[in-house]
Design a protein around this ligand. Structure first.
Ligand code: TMP
Length: 215
């Protein structure tokens, strides 16, 4: 959201698989809740009952024939539902919304990863989110080999996107690096190879520096 448009704060986390986003989101939410802020922690694809059903379609490893454009549109459908059913109402209440992935994931995965045309990605994203933007985005960067190693150790069966090639994940990471370079005002690049507490400290520092009057 453009700061000041809605009362709340919209924070998103981005990164390749195994970048440590979920751990950092949980730590940040606990810290803010301990200070009596109301946090809504949510994720994409998913976040509402309908959008979670779309998530199941997207991540099912059996859906090997899904076309890149069908994939793009399903992520966008999930996003629009999630935004209007959950994110905007929470921001109108003045809550802090912490979202695991948002439209930067589409730019990185469907744009850079699937190599869909930038203009198509932009058009579909505009349809899904209109003028709504995150107030701040943390891109937690780790090398692809590290991220993929972490998820392989975490669970047995990989989902449809996790099962993609090393090259695909390298392109996704490059896509994220380009977003961070193009939008330094909104996107904060954090080195995810640091110890968990150090990453958390940087995230918290950036948040309080960006929004001194809110936090
Ligand atoms: P995750 O929530 O467990 O990270 O799984 C979501 C997967 O979907 C992950 O591989 C990233 C991918 N994804 C996209 O390809 N495009 C998107 O727009 C979003 C939100 C996620």
């Amino acid at each position: 959201m453009a700061p000041g448009t809605l009362q709340g704060l919209f924070i998103t986390f981005e990164g390749i698989e195994g970048s440590g986003k979920s751990t950092q989101i949980q730590l940040l939410a606990e810290r803010l809740q301990a200070q009596n802020y109301t946090c809504v922690v949510t994720r994409e694809p998913g976040g509402t009952a309908l959008a979670e059903k779309i998530r199941d379609l997207l991540l099912d490893p059996e859906h090997t024939t899904m076309s890149p454009r069908a994939e793009l549109l399903l992520y966008a459908a999930s996003r629009n539902q999630h935004l209007h059913e959950k994110i905007i109402p929470a921001l109108e209440r003045g809550d802090i919304v912490i979202c695991d992935r948002f439209y930067d994931s589409t730019t990185a995965y469907q744009g850079a990863g699937r190599v869909l045309e930038p203009a198509l990605i932009q058009t579909v994203t505009d349809v899904a989110v209109g003028s709504h933007r995150p107030d701040l985005t943390f891109f937690i960067d780790v090398p692809v080999a590290v991220g993929l190693d972490r998820i392989r150790q975490r669970h047995g069966q990989l989902d449809r996107l996790e099962s993609e090639t090393l090259d695909f994940h390298e392109r996704v990471r490059e896509g994220y690096l380009a977003i961070a370079q193009n939008e330094p005002e909104r996107v904060v690049l954090i080195d995810g190879m640091q110890p968990i507490p150090a990453v958390q400290q940087q995230i918290y520092h950036h948040l309080t520096t960006h929004f001194p009057s809110f936090l």
